[in-house]
Design a protein around this ligand. Structure first.
Ligand SMILES: [Fe+2]
Length: 347
């Protein structure tokens, strides 16, 4: 097996290649380094089958979309990933086969809701869940310290002690560790209870990453910033969030509520379907289309997408454009269908 970290920086991208079959996977590619990745694939004589993001990144633009276009590789993300551009949505325990290399997906949320780790031969790629001597922060992008403690203690720390750990980031020059070493020495985790861990994570006091709102929202929406005026984090935090039950109550046959679904065309009638009566306006066309809704400025509007992330951006955009009563379906169509509420699909 060819296994290589490709960035040689604090932000890690991994190449896994099967020498026997010439098939490959790249994990967490960074957009500014696409040429380097293509050069490494050519150098090793590998064809790229898959590109995978361990989670929605806030610190760098993902190159998954770009690499997929250039190589035909399929984009792999967790089922709860908010992006429109995924070819394969994986769940906990799903296999991923790259030539003769057998990998297994571990769902390890906490840093973000869509976090996965990838278990392979003698090693686990932990994304930004378990780091060397640390853990990924949980103070934005819907992070959850308790969930992260559970992901690490109940999944990653049940792997054999000798399992090699390759993290998504390292800020101190480390390149790898082992599960046993982190169990015994990780200062945030060794000997800590769940409550102690949550207290530690709640008091890190870290500054937000530079350009977080642009990077995070571009990665979550797959819409380049030149096409859209992204709201600030402050504006996003002010969006009224509605749970699926409340949205169901608001969207009966005689309801005057306007439901705007901001996903891509293929998603609207795809696996998750859409809410009956919803109007499809993909996020990148939303601002231009609002002229068609001049009479609805004071009407109740509920925005909808796959995971509730893109639609939060949409709700903030509409609010900034002086629509007065805008709400967001929290958890999006994933949550709606999880509740068993009915959907429509056409075409
Ligand atoms: Fe991250």
């Amino acid at each position: 097996m060819i296994f290589q970290e490709l960035n040689n920086s604090i932000c890690k991208t991994y190449l896994l290649g099967c020498e026997a079959t010439g098939r490959a996977l790249i994990v967490d590619p960074v957009s500014t380094r696409t040429d380097r990745y293509l050069a490494m694939l050519a150098y090793h004589g590998l064809n790229l089958d898959y590109v995978l993001d361990t989670h929605t990144h806030a610190d760098h633009r993902s190159a998954c979309g770009e690499l997929s276009v250039l190589t035909g590789a399929k984009i792999v993300r967790h089922f709860t990933g908010p992006q429109p551009n995924a070819d394969i949505h994986v769940l906990d325990g799903d296999p991923l086969v790259v030539g003769n290399i057998e990998l297994k997906v571990l769902y390890t949320p906490g840093h973000t809701p869509d976090g996965i780790s990838l278990l392979g031969p003698e090693r686990v790629l932990t994304g930004d869940s378990l780091l060397v001597g640390g853990t990924g922060r949980t103070d934005f992008a819907a992070g959850d310290a308790g969930q992260q403690f559970d992901s690490i203690s109940k999944k990653l720390f049940t792997l054999p002690d000798e399992t090699l750990v390759f993290p998504g980031h390292d800020y101190r020059g480390n390149t790898q560790s082992t599960i046993g070493h982190e169990k015994r020495n990780n200062p945030r985790l060794a000997g800590k209870t769940r409550d102690q861990y949550i207290a530690i994570m709640d008091n890190l006091g870290l500054p937000l990453p530079e350009q977080i709102q642009e990077v995070l929202q571009i990665n979550a929406t797959d819409v380049e910033d030149s096409e859209i005026n992204y709201p600030s984090i402050c504006e996003l935090n002010k969006v009224f969030q509605m749970n699926a039950e409340s949205v169901l109550d608001e969207t009966g046959a005689d309801s005057s509520t306007l439901v705007i679904d901001v996903r891509q065309d293929q998603e609207f009638n795809g696996e998750l379907g859409h809410i009956a009566g919803a109007v499809l306006i993909p996020l990148n066309r939303l601002a231009a289309k609002t002229t068609e809704f001049e009479d609805d400025r004071d009407r109740k509007i509920i925005t909808v997408c796959r995971a509730g992330v893109r639609s939060t951006t949409a709700a903030a955009i509409l609010t900034a454009l002086n629509f007065t009563d805008v709400h967001n379906l929290k958890g999006g169509m994933i949550e709606w269908t999880r509740k068993g509420f009915s959907v429509e699909r056409k075409g």
